[in-house]
Design a protein around this ligand. Structure first.
Ligand SMILES: Cc1ncc(COP(=O)(O)O)c(C=O)c1O
Length: 484
């Protein structure tokens, strides 16, 4: 062997030995797993005592040097201590049943097991050729959700990272399906209400549709789109030579949880050849309940729908779904050509996520959704959602009894409320109440502004929120009013 080859082999041996640290071995793996399991079990076992919000962790401290990484590694004990102190005990705790702000998430543990399996086995879920099983599983989840929405044959969809990206995919699909050209943008109109989630405006901008005209349609007294006003706006636009392009309904708005009149809106969209999109990121999985199905009637008429399993199915953050009634539109919007993908294309027996979204390599998200549904069955998910609908009604009833002004009967599981003191500034009073609740931290609520008025929100969606957490909030409200 010549010297050059020998030197090469020596270097290879050395690098292999150094890099082998990444493939953790038997006893060390056991140690790491044991420590991580002990930490996560401790987290779950003490969740009830933990706050829903901890107002610390915002200021920079010396301890934050721990966020830096170095050439040499750190022991698992130190790493977990750091996560506990600087991450898991700071800010909002979305795993807590006391999280009643924004649109709460969840974090059912079975989903974490799905993520663990997906990460260890590292199936390539972007392409059927690479992993027929993983793609079939993701497609099964899309199929199940599409059937829940009421779609017939020929629909398609994609598991995304969340509702915002799902909305973006729906918007780019609408753009492609309606063949929008740059020169026509300022003639095309998007209709939605001021309560559309901001990811829609973001999506329109990212999709280069920012130059389209956006008409904000008035809300009725229940914060739902006023369809008479919509009809009027569409007719006026047509008279002015504009083209109705996209109509967006909320199936559970972030502000008030209101569900727009979906069926009546579908009629308007159909009459004017508009793309009809329903943002059901928050409200979509209430379709598992009888009440939710009645509320969301007509959703099957939408050209595209977005649902968020990391909201209504209580999964940990990192999964949304976009559904498109005619899969061809989704395929066209995401079509690609690449010589290096030729083997994959020849082997397609099922559609692949890579054909239906902007992603190629991607997290195998299907497993984090499929495993809990398979393990628990659908029934407990339905029961949890039914419980949330009841809790919203219970909270509204009790808040009213305490003398609070409450919003309309909730369409789903968000209740708007505020207290109007006999004298003084009502907005300031409610701001102080929200602050006091957040500082206490046992439960967390967020606020919004409706018609220029500061209001508080009770948003119940976590699988861990029950009557107990609701009563903690009610008790805090009672005490604050008594003392102030
Ligand atoms: C109605 C609605 N649409 C879209 C989104 C965006 O979803 P994500 O946060 O998963 O990106 C949200 C988030 O709360 C929402 O409430």
């Amino acid at each position: 062997m010549d010297n050059e080859l020998q030197a090469l082999l020596d270097q290879l041996k050395e690098k292999e030995a150094q890099g082998s640290a990444l493939d953790i071995n038997g006893p060390y793996r056991k140690e790491l797993m044991g420590e991580v399991l002990a930490y996560t079990n401790g987290f779950l076992d003490t969740l009830e005592e933990r706050k829903a919000y901890e107002s610390k962790g915002y200021d920079r401290t010396e301890a934050d040097h721990g966020f830096n990484v170095k050439e040499a590694g750190t022991g698992i004990g130190e790493v977990l201590d750091f996560i506990g102190n600087r991450v898991d005990h700071t800010g909002l705790n979305p795993a807590s049943g006391g999280h009643l702000g924004y649109i709460p998430g969840g974090g059912i543990p079975a989903s974490a097991l799905g993520d663990y399996l997906a990460a260890i086995t590292n199936r390539y879920a972007g392409n059927f050729y690479a992993s027929p099983g993983a793609v079939r599983m993701e497609n099964a989840m899309v199929h199940w959700t599409g059937k829940l929405v009421g779609y017939g044959k020929g629909f398609g969809g994609n598991l995304t990272s969340g509702g915002s990206i799902a909305n973006l995919i729906a918007i780019t699909t609408a753009r492609t399906a309606k063949r929008l050209k740059g020169k026509d943008l300022d003639r095309n109109v998007v209709y939605m209400t001021s309560h559309g989630h901001h990811s829609l405006a973001k999506g329109l901008n990212i999709a280069c549709l920012g130059e389209c005209i956006t008409r904000e349609i008035a809300l009725d007294s229940n914060y739902r789109m006023d369809v008479a006003a919509l009809r009027q706006q569409v007719a006026m636009g047509i008279q002015q030579g504009l083209k109705p392009f996209l109509l967006i309904a909320n199936a559970g708005s972030t502000d008030t949880g209101a569900v727009d009149p979906i069926a009546a809106m579908a009629d308007v969209a159909g009459a004017h050849d508009m793309w009809f999109h329903v943002d059901a990121a928050y409200g979509g999985f209430f379709l598992l309940t009888e009440e939710g199905r009645a509320r969301l009637a007509g959703i099957e008429r939408a050209d595209s729908v977005v649902l968020d399993p990391h909201k209504g199915l209580f999964l940990p953050y990192g999964i949304g779904i976009v559904l498109v009634k005619h899969i061809d539109h989704l395929l066209k919007a995401n079509s690609y050509e690449a010589n290096y993908m030729q083997d994959a294309k020849e082997q397609e027996l099922e559609h692949s996520p890579a054909e239906l979204s902007p992603e190629l390599s991607k997290h195998f998200r299907g497993l984090r959704m499929w495993l809990p549904l398979k393990l628990h069955g659908i029934a407990p998910f339905r029961a949890c959602l039914e419980e949330k609908l009841l809790l919203a009604r219970y909270f509204r009833y009790q808040a009213k009894a305490l003398g609070f002004e409450v919003g309309p009967e909730p369409d789903l599981s968000v209740v708007i409320f505020r207290y109007v003191p006999p004298q003084g500034d009502a907005d300031a009073f409610n701001r102080a109440l929200a602050h006091a609740i957040q500082q206490d931290g046992r439960v967390f609520i967020s606020t919004t502004v409706l018609d220029g008025v500061f209001v508080l929100r009770f948003a119940v969606l976590s699988f861990r929120t029950h009557r107990k957490e609701t009563d903690v909030l009610l008790e805090q409200m009672r005490e604050f009013v008594r003392k102030n």
